[in-house]
Design a protein around this ligand. Sequence first.
Ligand code: NDP
Ligand code: 8X3
Length: 250
Amino acid sequence: MKKKTILITGATSGIGKATAELFAKRGERLILCGRRQERLEQLKEKFKGETHLLNFDVRNRKAVFDAIDSLPNAWKQIDILINNAGNAHGLDTVDTANLDDWDAMIDGNVKGVMYVTKAILPQMVERKAGQIINLGSIAGIQVYPKGNVYCASKFAVDAFTQGLRIDLNPYNIRVCAVHPGLVETEFSMVRFKGDEQRSEGVYNSLDALQAEDVANAIAYMVDVPPHVTVADLTLLPTDQANATIVNRKK
Ligand code: NDP
Ligand code: 8X3
């Protein structure tokens, strides 16, 4: 079977990294993106297979388009785009929150997804083929206390995904979103600005999802027959009922 070319943003950590590992094991061709170059290089070294690296910040519109334009001809035809890069910054009420945190979330989680999609879309539309998988969140389905702007960013990802699916309907392009609950990654270390104790507290009292669980869900969305689109897939730890109800053991 022809190898697929898969571009993954945020491949240096967590869900993106686990997804890259899964598809590398299958021998697919990977375009791995992120800001931490040394981590990208470690993955390329580990995977051995066909891998191309792109180092850019999804918030930087010019950097996104320059990076996609820089792809050698052999890498320009992208079959699957996984818009995974994103993070929460802070967990604060609206009145106390830091505006730089808001900018980071709106620019990264929302505009980043839009820029990368826009940069990659023309060749999919032209070929009438392709698949786009966006990382939403349970936070994009239900707002939780102090989640305000992070939740808004993920609600926006959901609306953008729905709009994309409508606009791309004539072009045979599958548009999907996966909405995980609590996944044990570097996510909370970023949210809490390196506070290990606070970060561990998010995951150590429940059986959280692991990045590999989400990678497996993404693989399922890829593997269903071409006439099937898994439009939305919500994945929760069994210990989690919704965005606010979690069966914490201690
Ligand atoms: P991690 O912090 O482990 O990984 C985040 C990834 O995004 C890193 O590879 C990081 O790479 C990349 N990234 C972040 N900001 C930027 C940026 N401005 N430009 C380029 N790359 C960026 O978190 P997760 O794996 O958990 O998060 C992945 C996605 O899953 C996010 O969209 C998140 O919102 C979503 N999600 C996470 C959940 C969770 O509980 N963990 C639950 C639901 C959804 P680098 O720093 O090298 O650039
Ligand atoms: C990440 C899940 O609940 O920490 O999107 O916001 S949550």
